[in-house]
Design a protein around this ligand. Structure first.
Ligand code: J2J
Length: 539
């Protein structure tokens, strides 16, 4: 197995420790500390479950012992694909306790993506729920297991059928090793948005991630009386850590898991549980504002709404306070590290018009032109960053690492930003060819590769198009090979390729050629830019 690591230069690691950013804490310790302080406080609430901190720890320990009893060994990687159930937390804290490494997949992922994650992570186990939103994950597990024989264990939360049943884990936690993980070790693998090709794996350490979680909790003013609603899929970095359910657990607050982010699912939970804070992507924030006037539930307990994952336009941002009655906190973050927040007591103009400023005084921000030279203060440029919780490398991706990081360790975010005189960042656009569809990042190249596999497709170029609701939608330009198939057929065919549904193009435009007349060879990027321009002009 290729070892997991995340290495900072010695001098910076020493600085981050000396400044108290890296405190030598682990995820297991986080939960133990909370239990020592407040075992009987409510930690997690589901549709019909309610667990105290003491119960969450007990369940995590049973889970840890159960995973090890299957034959898994510390350091083994486990792909976790669960909806927002309380068990999401007992599974991951169980894995942390057993020093197993979760790899976070989204419920929307299908066999193409899961097989990729399993192989890249060299995972030996896969945890799924039985069913969610009408989809049977056991069938997916069967398909995946047929393709990846190295996958030795499938564990199911719910009706397990022929697989190992999580609910029936009975091993004695007394058998668990007492030694905790090394805080500088990789704790889990997060999934990148994937600007080129397939998603990459992001190794995050206990030390670096817990720093961002702890500070985020401070910045969002979480306390033990806060109630955090997990509305977005729990595997996403945003609801996990900005400040997310981990930030909430860190300070002893209550976490409510909603199976769906829709107002219909969330508003009743907000009323029932007195939710004080949650996080949404912009299209959902719009949906919530639309639903608010005719709401049948009292959502007045909500104090803070975080919005991020994609640009929240000022016109929409301005409506949050009057229409939802809470403070907006914009968040511009990335699973690779850097997270920016507007502060709760910032002037309304900063809250509405910017995407915030970094968590840490030691987050280094460079804004450079395409040649790598710093732009004049206040001008837009490419955002590069490094710091105490930003990765230095993806897992086992030499080519991508060479592209994505500078020689002195700055991560090239791919985002184009501008800095205000107050030091706040405004996201202006991006330099990479991915589509940010309602906060899900989709690689144009990956979608093109799928389209090119169709016998009637001669060539395909995939671009993002502005969309009132989604922020951006996926538009595919396709040159047919002979008779063009119908758009709906091509979409249906894409769905059958077992990929996440959010990657299927929203719009397909058949063209005879790409009509790019520039002399010489045109790069894919230039081609996509020209086609995007064409569709913008037509609209
Ligand atoms: C514009 N673009 C944004 C914003 C992210 C908190 C919040 C979000 C993420 C996330 C996260 C944006 N305005 N407010 O991990 O902890 C785009 C940028 C960025 C990319 C990262 C968190 N907030 N983005 O979205 O890894 O392009 O993380 O580089 O999914 O989303 O995507 P992701």
């Amino acid at each position: 197995m290729i070892p997991l690591q995340q290495v900072w230069p010695d001098d910076l690691a020493a600085l981050y420790r000396a400044k108290g950013y890296w405190r030598g804490e682990t995820f297991s310790q986080l939960l133990r500390n909370r239990v020592e302080a407040q075992a009987d406080a409510v930690a997690v609430v589901g549709m019909d479950q309610r667990w105290t901190y003491g119960e969450l720890l007990a369940k995590a320990e049973t889970a840890a012992a159960g995973f090890l009893a299957l034959g898994l060994k510390p350091g083994d990687r486990v792909v976790v694909q669960l909806p927002n159930l309380p068990e999401f937390l007992s599974v991951i804290f169980g894995l942390f306790r057993a020093k197993l490494i979760p790899v976070y997949a989204l419920p929307a992922h299908r066999s193409t993506e899961i097989v990729h994650f399993l192989r890249r992570a060299e995972a030996s186990a896969y945890v799924v729920a039985d069913r969610h939103e009408g989809f049977d994950y056991r069938a997916l597990a069967r398909a995946v297991q047929a393709e990846v024989p190295e996958l030795r264990h499938v564990v199911v939360v719910g009706e397990a059928e022929e697989f190992a049943s999580f609910d029936a884990f009975r091993a004695d936690p007394a058998s668990l090793p007492t030694e905790d993980a090394d805080p500088s070790d990789v704790a889990f693998l997060q999934i990148s948005g994937g600007s080129t090709g397939l998603s990459k794996l992001i190794p995050r350490t206990h030390d670096d991630y817990l720093y961002s979680v702890r500070e985020s909790a401070v910045i969002s003013k979480l306390s033990s009386s806060s109630v955090y609603l997990t509305a977005l899929p729990a595997a996403h970095n945003f609801p996990m850590s900005s400040p997310g359910y981990l930030g909430a657990l860190y300070v002893g607050a209550t976490v409510v898991m909603s199976p769906s982010p829709s107002p219909d699912a969330c508003f009743p939970l907000i009323e029932r549980e007195g939710v004080t804070i949650t996080g949404l992507v912009p299209p959902l924030a719009l949906l919530w504002m639309q639903a608010a006037p005719r709401k049948t539930h009292d959502i007045s307990s909500l104090e803070v709404l975080l919005v991020g994952g994609a640009k929240f336009l000022p016109e929409a941002a301005r409506r949050v306070r009057p229409e939802l009655g809470c403070t907006l906190q914009q968040v511009f973050g990335m699973a690779e590290g850097l997270v920016n927040y507007t502060r709760l007591d910032d002037p309304e103009t900063l809250i509405v018009e910017t995407q915030g400023r970094p968590i840490s005084p030691d987050d280094e921000i460079l804004i450079v032109d395409d040649a790598g030279a710093p732009v004049a203060e206040g001008e837009p440029g490419n955002l590069l960053t490094r710091g105490p919780y930003t990765i230095r490398a993806y897992h086992n991706e030499p080519a991508a690492n060479a592209r994505s990081f500078t020689d002195d360790g700055f991560y090239r975010t791919g985002d184009v930003v501008q800095r205000t005189p107050e030091g706040y960042l405004v996201v202006m656009g991006r330099a990479t060819d991915h589509i940010n569809r309602a906060g899900e990042k989709i690689s144009a190249e990956e979608v093109e590769d799928h389209l090119l596999a169709h016998p009637a497709v001669f060539d395909a170029a995939v671009v993002s198009v502005p969309d009132d609701y989604l922020g951006e939608r996926i538009c595919a330009f396709v040159i047919p090979n002979g008779t063009a198939p119908r758009g709906v057929e091509l979409k249906a065919w894409m769905r059958k390729r077992d990929i996440a549904d959010f990657k299927v193009p929203d719009q397909i435009v058949f063209v005879e050629d790409f009509a790019v007349t520039a002399v010489g060879k045109v790069s894919r990027r230039e081609l996509r830019a020209a086609l995007r321009q064409r569709i913008l002009e037509e609209e």
